[in-house]
Ligand binder design. Structure first.
Ligand SMILES: [Zn+2]
Length: 356
């Protein structure tokens, strides 16, 4: 057992910016409630040097950058421009949403979609990033699904126009108040089966379920609904970076999911450490802990995740060409990254020719 290795490794879920909460500058004594309150306004800085360091150490060839609260599409685009061979980025309309929060722009779904259209038209982004569908618009109470579905459908139309990938967040953290206190804008994080509606209405769009039902914690409560969605729709893919080894079994064995529909993506940069419970199943898993406090260090996602994937490959005797798909080949296809590869024909591909 060891770290999973592959021909061209792509982490499809990283955050290349890091939050600076600036407690001192804000004149606040650190506490959980203030953290939860302040997170949506927190600023982030370019953290690509640390990311590049980890990529080098673990042999990760490329990363797909995701937006998140406090992080900006503009900084992500700068990071991509500086390292076009290492990064592509998804966008989230972060500048528009910041203006909404500051009160200089009044939110409308039409305005937001215009902004997404503008961002995708620049050619600097390859899809709609984590949390975009949920919107990060402060609302007094979450919209009912029927109304949110209407809003999300308009965003999906923008993605359709640009033929780009859409990501759908699944699961919520159970850890410290900063994560739980976030207003996710709606219920789809807690109810991934709602993605059935999107996958059926937009069968031509690629939908990647962020975290594939396992954003953290030991509970598998979101796994089955997510697998149900992935098995039901050819256009739905699962991101697996926070899976512990055994979690790979069901999607790998399901003939309607399989290695072709799994993409490795960890959430690097999101500061979710691993919890260790020897003798428990799982013996380690991603989660935050109020008792530990907020991780000030750069949590090592690649190491844990690649170990779990390596273990899974061993347990299930996964052929290397299938492992290569999970680790990069599928992402190359979905995000159209063929020109980043050093050679053609690196990933599983068969010609169908008549037997006689
Ligand atoms: Zn993330």
């Amino acid at each position: 057992m060891g770290l999973a290795k592959g021909r061209f490794i792509i982490d499809t879920h990283v955050h290349a910016q890091r939050h600076a909460f600036k407690w001192k500058e804000r004149g606040i004594k650190p506490n959980w409630a203030k953290l939860a309150e302040g997170m949506p306004q927190v600023e982030a800085y370019d953290n690509s040097p640390r990311l590049l360091y980890d990529m080098e150490i673990y042999g990760v060839n490329m990363c797909v950058i995701m937006p998140a609260f406090g992080m900006t599409d503009e900084i992500d685009a700068e990071i991509v421009k500086a390292h076009p061979d290492k990064f592509v980025s998804l966008c989230g309309g972060t500048d528009y949403l910041k203006k909404v929060r500051e009160g200089t722009v009044k939110y409308s779904i039409e305005g937001f979609c215009e902004e997404l259209d503008r961002l995708l038209s620049t050619g600097l982004y390859v899809g709609l990033g984590e949390g975009t569908l949920a919107g990060r618009v402060p609302r007094e109470k979450p919209l009912p699904w029927a109304e949110r579905f209407e809003e999300i459908s308009q965003m999906m139309e923008v993605a359709r126009k640009h033929k780009v990938v859409v990501t759908y967040h699944t699961g919520t953290l159970s850890g410290y108040a900063g994560a739980r206190g976030l207003n996710t804008g709606g219920e789809e994080w807690r109810n991934p089966a709602l993605a059935h509606d999107l996958a059926s209405s937009f069968p031509d769009l690629t939908i990647i379920m962020c975290h594939g039902g396992m954003q953290g914690w030991w509970s598998e409560m979101y796994m089955d609904p997510v697998l149900h969605v992935a098995a039901a729709h050819p256009n739905v893919y699962l991101e697996t970076g926070l899976y512990w080894a055994e979690l790979y079994e069901k999607p790998l064995r399901d003939p309607n999911i399989g290695a072709e529909k799994l993409v490795w993506g960890t959430d690097w940069g999101a500061s979710i450490p691993q919890q260790w419970v020897p003798g428990f199943k799982p013996g380690s898993y991603a989660d935050q802990s109020r008792q530990q406090g907020i991780p000030a260090h750069q949590v090592d996602y690649f190491g844990w995740s690649l170990r779990q994937l390596g273990k899974a490959a061993d347990i299930f005797d996964l052929p290397q060409d299938d492992l290569n798909l999970i680790m990069g080949g599928n992402a190359v296809r979905l995000f159209k990254l063929e020109d980043k590869l050093p050679h053609t024909r690196l990933f599983k591909q068969y010609l169908n020719i008549p037997q006689t």
